[in-house]
Design a protein around this ligand. Structure first.
Ligand SMILES: Nc1ncnc2c1ncn2[C@@H]1O[C@H](COP(=O)(O)OP(=O)(O)OP(=O)(O)O)[C@@H](O)[C@H]1O
Ligand SMILES: [Mg+2]
Length: 440
């Protein structure tokens, strides 16, 4: 059979023959595995950024259940630690314990009524960013010292939580009530403001707040009452003890790995909000020390993407990546997690695509045939790449880095297998203790 001539410019060659004609990336950073078209594959977003090969250091990992997403993340963190990178992980399923043990650290296990409490408003602690801490000390004096930045981050966080709880956008009265309550919490407190103090100020606004808003205390309390009642659910009731006061002292963040284990609340309808509070707390510590490059992982990020407000908050974190020296990684099951939940034309859909735009590295594991079309459209895959998605075996992913494509088999080292194994329950070898904590 005679093959017809095909003429193409070198500018378009990479798109037409994505796996054949790419000149590849320099082998920099952590070894990931085998490039299935030849050679080894390594990755380091910071190095690639410094060489202007990518414009942001963030990553999205997508794939069906059990394809090896978390295993990749765990071994990536392990290997990146050799290069001095630290990792902070939001772990909703409680499956990073063995990795933490390999680093000789203990996960910070958050559970209602547990011993550990995190204050999502901790960014009010004022410490020079060059100071490395050994552990969390008593907060310094904060009122008046924190820039307006703290105020707007707090108002943004509280508004996101309130709007998510209420299931609707906030009205102007509610927004003003939140703003006033945060301001009073900042001024009145000798310590760092807490969610509790904000809720109290929503229920009982100060005379100054009322005067400033040309209102009465009673009327202002009425404006913020729905918000206060909803936010109370985060500091009282089933989640009591997790976010309702100052952070427990002595938590050690000066570690190569910090894992926030949220498995005790994995089934909670408030999981997305709980994850946001945990992320806000971790983010607050980035202000202290930007000297160490950080890999910030949000596993099971679909829970955050379920609500417009929490998704928006996640995106704001993505936007800060470069200024904080952070590479953010979100792990989701399918491309449509980024858009589907809010409907095609919703703001959520826009947020999902925005998050993708802010994640120049996309690691795409096997997708169900039903998902291929939306993945193709959303991720800008060509037909060859799309065809592959439903045929990728466990541990094999299509890597899109900017407009380059690679087919990579993640290779596990023998010494890594014990901390990536999530199949114990399937083999029937999980212990009773493991089952109780929802491992696997
Ligand atoms: N590259 C690999 N080589 C061999 N085995 C692997 C590889 N990647 C993952 N596995 C095995 O596959 C199992 C499932 O992996 P993992 O938990 O990473 O999947 P996942 O995609 O995160 O699943 P889920 O969506 O349920 O969280 C693990 O027990 C792990 O040991
Ligand atoms: Mg996983």
């Amino acid at each position: 059979m005679k093959v017809p001539f095909h003429i193409i410019t070198t500018a378009n060659l990479g798109a037409a023959y994505p796996f054949i004609s790419d000149e590849g990336l320099p082998v920099l950073g952590a070894y990931i595995g085998q490039n299935l078209l030849g050679g080894h594959f390594a990755y380091d977003p910071f190095e690639l950024y410094n060489r202007s090969l990518i414009t942001n250091p963030n990553m999205i990992v997508l794939g069906q259940i059990g394809r090896g997403k978390s295993s990749f993340i765990k071994s990536y963190i392990w290997r990146q630690s050799v290069f001095g990178k630290r990792a902070w992980v939001i772990d909703p399923k409680g499956e990073y314990g063995d990795l933490a043990a390999a680093f000789s650290v203990k996960p910070i296990a958050l559970r209602p009524g547990g011993h550990i409490r995190l204050n999502p408003l901790d960014f009010y602690r004022v410490t020079p960013s060059s100071t490395r801490r050994k552990s969390l000390q008593s907060p310094g004096v904060v009122s008046g010292h924190c820039s307006d930045g703290c105020h707007s981050v707090s108002v943004g966080l509280i508004s996101s939580l309130a709007s998510t709880c209420l299931g609707r956008p906030l009205n102007p009265r509610e927004k003003s009530a939140i703003e006033a309550a945060v301001r009073t919490a900042e001024q009145g407190s000798a310590q760092v403001p807490t969610l509790n103090s904000v809720v109290t100020n929503l229920f009982e606004p100060s005379a100054d707040s009322a005067e400033e808003l040309r209102s009465s205390r009673r009327s202002l309390a009425e404006d913020g009452r729905d918000v206060a009642l909803e936010l109370r659910r985060l500091v009282d009731g089933e989640l009591k003890g997790m976010f309702d006061g100052p952070t427990t002292e002595g938590l050690d963040l000066d570690m190569p790995l910090v894992v926030l284990d949220l498995s005790a609340v994995y089934g909670s309808p408030m999981l997305g909000m709980i994850m946001i509070c945990a992320m806000a707390w971790l983010r607050s510590w980035l202000d202290y020390d930007r000297s160490v490059k950080t890999i910030f992982v949000v596993d099971e990020a679909w829970a955050v993407l379920m609500h417009v407000e929490t998704a928006r908050w996640l995106q704001s974190l993505w936007k800060l990546a470069r200024s904080y020296g952070v590479s953010n990684i979100a792990v989701v099951h399918r491309a449509s997690d980024l858009t589907r939940l809010g409907g095609e034309r919703s703001e959520q859909s826009g947020l999902g695509t925005g998050l993708l735009a802010d994640s120049e590295t996309r690691v795409i594991y096997g997708q169900s045939p039903l998902e291929v079309q939306s993945a193709q459209a959303l991720l800008g895959l060509n037909s060859k790449e799309a065809e592959l998605l439903s045929r990728l075996g466990r541990g094999i992913a299509l890597w899109k880095i900017g407009d380059r494509s690679f087919l990579v088999k993640h290779v596990l080292a023998e010494g890594e297998r014990h901390f990536v194994d999530t199949d114990a329950a399937m083999r029937g070898t999980a212990s009773l203790v493991e089952n109780q904590y929802g491992r696997g």
